[in-house]
Design a protein around this ligand. Structure first.
Ligand code: SF4
Ligand code: SF4
Length: 130
């Protein structure tokens, strides 16, 4: 039997999106591609847009799961989170994201009022979310 020499060690993601050759391996386990079945919503398309610094709504369609980094032969992090940060700074976010941010400020969680009407600042809410 062949011995598996795989080492489960964390390799720092490459930060240079220009190393992307658009091979598409990052789509393999991208849940967004699997659910929406659209190349233009998937990891490779995000890499394509990120190379051009064309930041748009596609970056909100990402669970931030990191599967694309694991599958990328160049170990590239498309950095959807960082790109979203840029979009928010420019006032370009989805209504859903704005709602989640408002809920976090108001209720201490992204979903809104909790069962029992608890709010951010309530003793139980603080204990749960900190
Ligand atoms: S990010 Fe990586 S896996 Fe995805 S297309 Fe570029 S090189 Fe290929
Ligand atoms: S982090 Fe986003 S783009 Fe990457 S595999 Fe997960 S859902 Fe797809």
């Amino acid at each position: 039997m062949t011995k598996n020499n795989f080492k489960n060690e964390k390799i720092a993601p490459a930060q240079d999106i220009n190393q992307c050759n658009l091979c598409g391996d990052c789509n393999t386990n991208c849940p967004v591609v699997r659910v929406l079945e659209k190349e233009t919503r998937g990891a490779r398309h995000k890499a394509f847009l990120a190379r051009k610094k064309d930041y748009k709504e596609a970056f909100w369609l990402c669970t931030l799961c990191g599967a694309c980094i694991q599958d990328c032969p160049a170990n590239i992090d498309i950095d959807c989170l960082g790109i979203r940060e840029e979009l928010v700074k420019k006032g370009n976010q989805t209504k859903a994201n704005q709602k989640m941010r408002d809920n976090i400020k108001l209720y201490g969680n992204p979903f809104g009022r909790l069962a029992g009407g608890k709010k951010a600042g309530d003793k139980e809410t603080k204990e749960y979310y900190t």
